[in-house]
Design a binder for this molecule. Structure first.
Ligand code: G6P
Ligand code: MN
Length: 445
């Protein structure tokens, strides 16, 4: 079984490889191909993987290449985890937006649109190559903004591309834990778009346990989302929002916090990772130790500004291990071995959420087996959530159109229609600012 990782020199690749090393079952991945545009990043990550594999018998082989077509040929699974424009691009996404007084986050608001506009053309090119060179492969898309990028790829790959994100999984796990339920036995009634969804119920043995949580302020205030959003607001909503909704519900505070911070998230990660990749150039460096130290610091500071704004304090120990790699492995196993399971994934709607059309990629619980991921029909969202989901899907569609027709006017429309961009003039200035700093947006005319 051959797995190709696009963005193979990326910082989180060792998480995926670490998960593969735990898989001893039949039909497991035996061959990993890393693809990246940058040789030195491939070299750095390959060093970490070699140290991870050192004590494991029959570890999957690892090869690296900068030739995309070669990487794709013969792949059974393709993970796409690329970052167009690198972390410097992410820092610029933040900076240009904040200069206009609006949110510059990797996936939400103006920053997410800018990142989407740069990434979609590259993702489409990859999808077209996959369709030609590896038509039977399953593509697992990690690349952010994950919902939008998955939808762009699905226009060429249909249901053979599946988007993943670890935040709904982490949310479900936290809720199950405070309720004393086993996350494996719980059905998480979650729906929305990527980074824009809500848990409306958690069923164990046919009984919804969420009302018990919502009725208990102590329980509600004891985990990440309770601290971030406040118990009163969660009770008002009658649902638990994905943590990324903090940028919507507390937009003014998060924009202010981002503006005041010494280094934005992207700038922090850019500097932190530059140091790691530099260190990997030293032949005597302890690769795995350096990687793990860097990872731990990244996890501990995740959404630090949001938590500070909310007075939420440090992250819970259990939340530091992520889950990114576990979702990917669970998905691959379910498909490769026909091990039927339920996972929250980004797939084409196909009627599951009736307010959106069949081709809209949504984030929803799916039944997964050898035939792929099948969305489970869900109850409608309340009007306020439907409004947000439809507005943001409308923006995503403008981004896809701008990427397809290369139109600057359409790009302005995408920014202007976003609920977190408060003026058409701001949208115009954002397009000016972004096209000045991003070579990847030169196609907008
Ligand atoms: C969460 C999100 C991902 C994001 C990751 C890392 O898991 O769901 O989409 O990539 O956090 O965020 P960071 O700010 O550390 O890059
Ligand atoms: Mn995510």
């Amino acid at each position: 079984m051959k797995l190709t990782i696009l963005g193979g020199g990326g910082f989180r690749v060792p998480l995926v490889y670490g998960a593969l090393l735990t898989d001893r079952g039949e039909g497991r991945v035996t061959e990993v191909v890393l693809h990246d545009l940058d040789d030195s990043r491939l070299y750095a990550v390959a060093r970490v993987l070699a140290e991870q594999a050192a004590t494991v018998p029959d570890a999957p082989t690892v090869t690296a290449t900068t030739d995309l077509d070669e990487a794709l040929r013969g792949a059974d699974f393709i993970f796409s985890a690329i970052r167009v424009g690198g972390l410097e691009g992410r820092a610029n996404d933040e900076r240009v937006a904040l200069a206009q007084g609006v949110l510059g986050q990797e996936t939400v608001g103006a920053g997410g649109i800018a990142y989407g506009l740069r990434t979609v053309p590259v993702a489409v090119d990859i999808a077209q190559r996959v369709a030609r060179l590896a038509p039977d492969a399953w593509v697992i898309n990690f690349t952010n903004p994950a919902g939008l990028v998955t939808e762009a790829m699905s226009r060429h790959l249909g249901d053979r591309v599946i988007g993943i994100c670890d935040s709904p999984v982490g949310l479900g796990r936290r809720i199950a834990k405070v309720l004393g339920a086993n996350p494996r036995e719980a059905f998480i009634d979650y729906v929305g778009l990527n980074h824009l969804g809500w848990v409306r119920g958690l069923r164990v043995a046919g009984r919804d346990e969420l009302p018990r949580l919502l009725a208990d302020p102590d329980l509600l205030g004891s985990f990440e989302e309770g601290k971030l959003f406040g118990t009163d607001w969660l009770q008002s909503l009658g649902a638990i929002p994905n943590e990324y909704l903090h940028y919507y519900y507390f937009n003014r505070e998060t924009v202010r916090a981002y503006t005041e911070v010494e280094r934005t998230r992207g700038a922090f990660l850019r500097d932190q990772q530059a140091q790691f990749y530099d260190e990997m150039k030293r032949p005597d460096a302890a690769a795995l130790t350096a990687w793990d130290r860097t990872r731990a610091e990244r996890e501990a500071t995740y959404m630090a500004e949001n938590r500070e704004t909310a007075g939420a304090g440090e992250r819970d120990e259990d939340d530091l291990s992520g889950g990114y790699e576990k979702v990917a492995l669970a998905l691959m196993r379910a498909i490769a071995r026909d091990e039927r399971t339920t996972l929250i994934l980004n797939v084409r709607n196909q009627g599951a959420l009736s307010v959106l059309d069949a081709d809209a990629v949504i984030e929803v619980p799916c039944l997964v087996d050898a035939n792929g991921a099948h969305p489970v029909a869900v109850a409608p969202l309340p009007d306020h959530a439907t409004g947000l989901v439809c507005a943001v899907k409308g923006v995503e569609r403008e981004v896809l159109a701008a990427a397809e027709n290369g139109s600057r006017t359409t790009a302005v429309k995408a920014f202007a229609l976003h609920p977190l961009v408060d003026s058409v003039n701001v949208a115009r200035r954002l397009v000016e600012g972004y096209t000045e700093v991003h070579p990847g947006l030169a196609y907008l005319k």
